[in-house]
Design a protein around this ligand. Structure first.
Ligand SMILES: [Zn+2]
Length: 124
């Protein structure tokens, strides 16, 4: 399954953060997911809950923000929202639209409580 591999790699990052910042509990994980990753948010959340069990992230809320897919037209230089993968520039109808993003998947932020500290927001 695609999602379980993604969540496993997210947990590698989370576990590193837990050690680095001496995090006790994670209350919220905010993810940014590009449209091209074809990740199913429901499946992602389910995998997250399974892998979070017994870790600092157990019971944490997973927020998934979608990054819209954008393309840059090679003819007129206009960047636009790509709705279909074979996108045509809405401005000049050129078909040399290069994808700018859509493949990203990263942790935007973690809300966590560190040992001996008040709640802290850790940007990654
Ligand atoms: Zn164009």
């Amino acid at each position: 399954m695609h999602e379980i591999a993604i969540v496993s790699s997210l947990f590698e990052i989370i576990n590193r953060k837990v050690k680095e910042h001496r995090i006790e509990t994670i209350s919220r994980v905010c993810l940014k997911v590009g449209e091209l990753t074809a990740v199913e948010p429901m499946t992602l959340t389910a995998c997250f809950e399974v892998l979070a069990e017994g870790t600092a992230a157990q019971g944490a809320e997973l927020m998934i923000g979608t990054v819209p897919l954008m393309g840059l037209c090679g003819s007129c230089g206009i960047s636009s929202r790509v709705v279909r993968y074979d996108s045509v520039c809405p401005c000049c109808r050129g078909d040399t639209v290069a994808l700018l993003n859509g493949q990203e998947l990263y942790i935007e932020s973690l809300e966590a409580t560190c040992k001996g500290e008040q709640s802290e927001k850790t940007a990654t």
